[in-house]
Write a protein that binds this ligand. Structure first.
Ligand code: CUA
Length: 295
């Protein structure tokens, strides 16, 4: 009797908590409302089954409680009941999985007008690469990453020359324009996740994974790494700014291209060589002076 009432309290408590929960999703800021719909469908199916199973148990507790002289029936098999349960479970599982497959299919079918954005994940931070005027990202390979070539670009690929380097945790995106996110990692598994966009995927070293979304609300959003990747995983955050064309183009023009990066690097190296030379000269002078002193 007491157990039955306790069970009833658990059911009612669960429903009340679900309706008045203090934890819920952030406001959506992309096209992926289908993600929310599939999760809500899972809540309905999972919640419905939970309530039915619990109510059945409450019913059994009351209906079959101990009564003197009553004996239980031995019934090892019930074909009709088993058939019904099998069908019900099948329908439930299909309803849980099928909508997700449909959404996934859209998730990886990128619209033609999408802007490519490469997300480079590293322990522990983010940086980005955008195609230049040609709209194409140059070919890359993690094996040729160096100080001179931080994205491992194939220098023989003309598509890479005008690629834009964003060596910062902050990425800007155009409002109402689809983006194709291409994910790379230089060390371990990471996961690029902006909760408001309802989209995420693992960045896997050695391969390029992708998905797309369309930001549709101006604002600043936090990027989180959603794959445990070491001691500073918690701090692997970034920022995405969704804005209109004017401010987006201004930001874009402030970023560096691969060509200008290489040119600057070459100059730095030349300067460094000069510096070393001057240093050598002065140390030579010192040694001459010293020699004179000795004399
Ligand atoms: Cu990168 Cu967690």
């Amino acid at each position: 009797m007491f157990t039955g009432l306790l069970f009833l309290a658990v059911i009612i408590g669960s429903i009340v908590f679900h309706v008045w929960t203090p934890w819920w999703w952030t406001d959506i800021a992309s096209n992926w409302s289908a993600m929310d719909d599939t999760i809500i469908l899972s809540f309905w199916i999972g919640g419905g089954v939970f309530i039915l199973v619990c109510l059945f148990m409450v019913y059994c507790i009351f209906r079959y409680q101990y009564k003197e002289g009553r004996r239980s029936e031995y019934k090892p098999e019930d074909k009709k009941l088993e058939k019904g349960l099998t069908w019900l479970t099948t329908i439930g599982v299909v309803a849980l999985l099928a909508p997700g497959l449909v959404v996934w299919n859209n998730y990886i079918r990128v619209p033609d007008n999408a802007i490519q954005v490469e997300v480079m994940a590293w322990q522990w931070g983010w940086k980005y690469r955008l195609p230049g005027q040609d709209g194409k990202l140059g070919a890359s390979n993690n094996r040729i990453i160096s100080d001179d070539n931080p994205y491992g670009l194939n220098i023989d690929d003309p598509n890479g020359k005008d690629d834009v380097f964003v060596e910062s945790n902050e990425l800007h995106l155009l409002k109402d324009r689809p983006v194709k996110i291409l994910l790379r990692s230089i060390d371990v598994l990471h996961n690029f996740y902006v909760p408001q966009f309802r989209s995420k995927m693992d960045a896997v070293p050695g391969t390029i994974t992708y998905y797309w979304f369309e930001p549709n609300k101006n604002g600043e959003y936090e990027v989180l790494c959603a794959e445990y990747c070491g001691v500073a995983h918690y701090a692997m955050r970034g920022k995405v700014v969704v804005e209109d064309e004017g401010s987006y183009n201004k930001w874009l023009s402030e970023q560096e291209t691969f060509s200008s990066f290489t040119a600057k690097n070459r100059n730095n190296k030349l300067n460094k060589k000069k510096f070393v030379k001057i240093n050598n000269l002065s140390s030579n002078k010192n040694s001459i002076l010293k020699e004179q002193d000795v004399r």
